[in-house]
Design a protein around this ligand. Sequence first.
Ligand code: ADP
Length: 322
Amino acid sequence: DEKAQAKVAGPKTPEKKKDQKENKKNLPDTPPAVITDSRRGMDYRRDRLLGEGGFARCFEVYNPDGELFAAKVVSKKSLSSARMKSKFLGELQVHKTMEHPNIVRFKECFEDPQNVYMILELCNNKSLMDLLRKRKFFTEPEARYFLIQMLGAVKYMHSRNVIHRDLKLGNIFLDEDMNVKIGDFGLAALLIDGTERKNTICGTPNYIAPEVLFGKDEGHSFEVDLWSLGIILYAMLVGKPPFQSGNVKEIYQKIKVATYSYPANPPQQISEEAKDLINGLLSPDPRNRPTIDQIADHAFFRAGYFPRQLPNTCMKAAPTWN
Ligand code: ADP
């Protein structure tokens, strides 16, 4: 699976590798069959394992009313280093204030002696990366549908001075009605006001904006999320991200010169409107990227069918419209 992962998701930064190595041994054991939030006197029954990440395991759980949630379980052992602790606390702090239909809802957080538990809205249809792996590419109508929902969520975050900084297909989940839910606020930054600049290098190699890698003193801001949306749109239509290589240094080099191309034999015809929007979002100078409102107004959204809902059958195959 490591190979399949590298193909769609790309290689990991040395920092991420280090975190994962540090934490493989610290992934939590299977938690008890009943997880208790003793402060609120609430029991959650544990059901199937939903997935494993760098430092968390996620289980489906339900409360006494039978309501389903996702419980993200993090072992306290993995929070022993100051770096992981601050990453996790940052994630909690930002995520719990986010309330939007296209952002994974954060319900509550509690702990027992072994673990910390985050109770989240359940996203039954996994991430867009899982789906893209199965489907190979999305049609333009699907891409319009996914992108407009992402835009709504990103507009909301930015209006609250939050930069996500790690938007990628693997962090975009789907609920059972095929609604987009942005999750994983592990790298999000809450700016004091809209003019603060950030200087930390973070993100996932394929999706990192050039100003994060090469910006000297000027730092980076909201526009890094728009760059990531450009990468996401390209990847949805072509099936892989534009700056691709097995080697992180090479990817950074490609991002620096911002040259990318479309495969000679793309899996589908890609419209000029889609290419124009991708081109704008992947502007090396962040000031040249379109604003969120300009993106939503772009000709791409009028260049063909724009579904307001997606049938569940797209989990298996490209939908046909009639
Ligand atoms: P990490 O922060 O350690 O990378 P993730 O947040 O990526 O952990 O979660 C690990 C896995 O759990 C994900 O790949 C996904 O399969 C699953 N998962 C995470 N959040 C949810 C959710 N809200 N609903 C359903 N599955 C989820």
